[in-house]
Design a protein around this ligand. Structure first.
Ligand code: NAD
Length: 361
């Protein structure tokens, strides 16, 4: 088994170093090889996703990714900006299914901006389609309007589109995830989020998900408009089990869900293709505001490594060991500044990583 390690920029290098420490402590039979990505790769190779990095990622069973981006690259042409590396990896590896669990650790129940009773015990999974929708739809661009409210004016446009197979495969991923979760005690429900009342694309989405749902009679299916879903996520988040939605709605809702749990520094994510090859990364970015200070929370990245062991490397016991160790360090009261509260012990990035290694037992 081979892991491609792409630390990236900003806090990416700091948090990935801790995840590597944890992975090495498990003494499992896999190799790890690192390569630059994002701004770091632009500096060394003139491109955010050099061919050598892409090849390493393609050849690996899984990719452990830190984060990319820095404000200093904001003036670069779009194709050379660090964030293009993630889009390139998603596209070249066909990573169409993004998993974002939002789990509220009991020890951090007071770190959320929501009332503790609303989020205590929260364990939901947002599944976002990642390679289609308006983010990738063609045609797109700028032109002079020939119709609309202001004919002759300059305008910009994008195209929202989904094909049936694209919807079917992400729907299957969602129903299967709900089944696995049900076996572990969850409700067994998929909520498909759309905007079928306004958008043709999402009426089609709803129809196709409904059709696929018939193959999973053991899983309940409901549909919700995206505006209502945004409300329900803060009103009664525990009514959800698995949420499946398109690329743009998923982008927004998964960030909203991540904040339910208090800190984005706690949330892992996985992006998988049809061969179960995956890219595993924290849900947050490169946090240039705290980079180099040794204060970033490495737990989202360490938990992403656990997801990697479970999904791509088929090592569920090792994954559970990591998750238990994270739970243990939180119970010990260790907190990086983003999750610190009075009465707990403030630690830095490295101390947190060391504590997880120690708690692996
Ligand atoms: P961000 O997620 O990097 O940071 C948002 C806030 O959360 C900041 O205050 C930051 O300090 C804090 N934060 C993030 N991760 C943390 C952690 N592990 N521990 C403690 N605090 C943490 O988002 P941003 O500031 O909007 O973006 C910064 C850069 O990251 C931009 O260049 C953006 O394009 C890029 N970005 C990259 C990814 C990715 O690599 N997948 C995702 C989002 C943003």
């Amino acid at each position: 088994m081979k892991i491609a390690v792409l630390p990236g920029d900003g806090i990416g290098t700091e948090i990935v170093a801790e995840a590597i420490k944890v992975l090495k402590a498990l003494s499992l039979p896999f190799t790890m090889e690192s390569a630059p990505v994002g701004g770091a790769a632009y500096e060394s190779h003139g491109h955010p996703l050099p061919d050598s990095t892409l090849q390493l990622a393609k050849d690996a069973d899984a990719i452990l990714f830190g984060a990319v981006g820095d404000w200093k690259y904001d003036t670069l042409e779009r194709a050379l900006r660090p964030e293009q590396a993630i889009l390139g990896l998603r596209k070249h590896l066909g990573l169409f299914a993004n998993f974002r669990p939002a789990i509220c650790y009991e020890q951090l129940v007071n770190a959320s901006s929501l009332k503790p009773e609303l989020i205590s015990g929260l364990d939901i999974l947002i599944i976002r389609e990642l390679t289609g929708d308006i983010y990738f739809g063609q045609p797109r661009g700028r032109r002079t309007a020939t119709d609309g409210h202001f004919p002759g004016a300059e305008e910009a446009f994008d195209t929202m589109r989904y094909s049936k197979p694209e919807i079917e495969r992400i729907a299957h991923v969602a129903f299967q995830a709900a089944r696995t979760r049900k076996a572990a005690g969850s409700e067994g429900r998929v909520t498909s989020v759309d905007k079928a009342n306004v958008l043709e694309t999402f009426q089609f989405w709803k129809d196709v998900v409904t059709e696929v749902g018939k193959e999973y009679p053991d899983i309940a299916l409901d549909h919700m408009y995206v505006d209502n879903a945004a409300m329900q996520l803060v009103k009664q988040p525990k009514r959800f089990d698995v949420v499946v939605t398109g690329n743009m709605f998923g982008d927004i809702l998964s960030d909203e869900a991540s904040m339910l749990t208090g800190s984005i520094g706690m949330l892992p994510s996985a992006s998988l293709n049809s061969r179960n090859q995956g890219l595993y990364e924290p849900s947050h970015g490169s946090a240039p505001d705290i980079a180099g200070q040794g204060v970033a929370n490495p737990l989202a990245t360490i938990l992403s490594a656990a997801m990697m062991l479970r999904f791509s490397l088929k090592q569920p016991e090792a994954a559970a060991r990591i998750e238990k160790a994270v739970d243990a360090v939180l119970t010990q009261g260790l907190r990086t500044p983003d999750i610190y509260s009075v009465g707990t012990t403030k630690v830095g990035t490295r101390e947190m990583g060391d504590a997880v290694v120690k708690a692996l037992g």
